[in-house]
Design a protein around this ligand. Structure first.
Ligand SMILES: *Cc1c(COP(=O)(O)O)cnc(C)c1O
Length: 347
């Protein structure tokens, strides 16, 4: 079998949710967009519901439908992209709550599903999604007269506590939402860590649940083991892989591993990351190719069956640093070819 083995510790996800929940005095939801940050929305969300999460967030209505199938009736499912054309049937049938992002979306929602609950997303300075202050001022009265559940906004720089943008967005969010009777939410993982001023009624962490920065105290969630397909001995001067970017300066032993950029192992880590035999590091040798990676195992006494790319010694943020990326991208890039093993699945 030449598939990488991706181990996902659902108990660790539940522990991370509980740890983030314990940092605030308010409710903690869970963001499970993009298939639970690439780890499998069904098992992830069921385990989080078992841990106590009652509100979930996804990016698009189709994800909400899949999540409803996984969770059954009960938990609240909120959709960041709001109410797009063609979403009405999905929102109605799966009982989703769209975060309305514009007066147009508000009008669409009112016309299609006049009694169905909704939230509103406000733009407090990120300029990505949500109603601008003027849109909100113009529609607020009508929106607050209906079944408005939640008013939220998103911080652009919460991973950097020293950024002045945090306090700016906090001030704008307070100004825009003063006097509302709906629940208020501003904080994702970074906002939880910024402290109680940012918590309002509801926090909605994503990446911290999955073991990523800025929640540096998170319990690691993933381990990725790659099978060794073949090993070979190189003479000094021989090269490995496309364009011969790695060359042996002495006699070397190279292991060829069964995974590549088609599995989400970013090509940018070529020559910049390692694989691990237990806690012994083996540098990558040559370019990551589509289905294969080379590693220098000259210093290992025996050649193992597997080498780990993601493990305690090299977490998702270490890999991200090697690739010039972020843990979010490492996780959501994890490929479909891996065999996935879950521990701690909810019944
Ligand atoms: C993705 C997302 C979150 C979760 O953010 P993390 O940094 O992963 O905790 C929260 N709110 C919005 C609007 C998002 O897009």
């Amino acid at each position: 079998m030449a598939t990488g083995q991706l181990h996902i510790d659902l108990d660790a996800i539940a522990a991370n949710w509980a740890a983030l929940d314990a940092m605030t005095a308010v409710e903690t939801a869970a963001v499970v967009k993009a298939d639970g940050y690439g780890l499998g929305v069904g098992p992830v969300a069921r385990r989080l519901a078992q841990a106590g999460a009652r509100r979930f967030f996804v990016a698009i209505a189709e994800e909400g439908v899949a999540l409803r199938e996984a969770l059954g009736p009960g938990p609240e499912i909120n959709v960041f992209s709001g109410h797009m054309e063609g979403d009405s049937g999905l929102i109605h049938e799966a009982g989703l709550i769209p975060m309305l992002n514009s007066p147009e979306q508000a009008a669409r929602h009112r016309a299609a599903l006049p009694d169905a609950p909704y939230g509103v997303q406000l733009d407090s300075g990120m300029n990505r999604l949500g109603m601008e202050p003027a849109d909100w001022a113009a529609t607020r009265g009508t929106l607050e007269a209906g079944p408005l559940t939640l008013v939220m906004s998103h911080l652009a720089s919460a991973d950097d506590p020293s950024s002045a943008q945090n306090a700016d967005q906090l001030r704008v969010f307070r100004e825009m939402t003063g006097g509302t009777t709906a629940l208020r939410s501003l904080a994702a993982t970074g906002g939880v860590l910024l402290g109680p001023d940012y918590h309002f009624d509801l926090c909605r962490p994503g990446i911290g649940l999955y073991g990523g920065a800025p929640f540096t105290d998170a319990t690691p969630v993933t381990r990725l083991s790659l099978p060794v397909i073949q090993t070979r001995h190189l003479r000094p001067g021989e090269a490995v892989g496309y364009s011969a970017t790695w060359r042996a300066d002495a006699a070397a032993r190279i292991a060829t591993l069964a995974a590549g950029y088609a599995d989400g192992i970013l090509r940018a880590i070529s020559g910049r990351a390692q694989v691990f035999a237990g806690d012994i590091a083996c540098p990558l040798a040559g370019r990551v190719s589509m289905d294969l990676i080379g590693a220098d195992i000259t210093h290992l006494a025996i050649c193992p069956d597997h080498l780990d790319l993601i493990c305690p010694a090299q977490g998702i943020d270490d890999l991200a640093r090697a690739a010039g990326s972020i843990g979010y991208e490492i996780l959501t890039a994890l490929g479909a070819r891996y065999t996935r093993h879950y521990t701690g699945a909810a019944p």
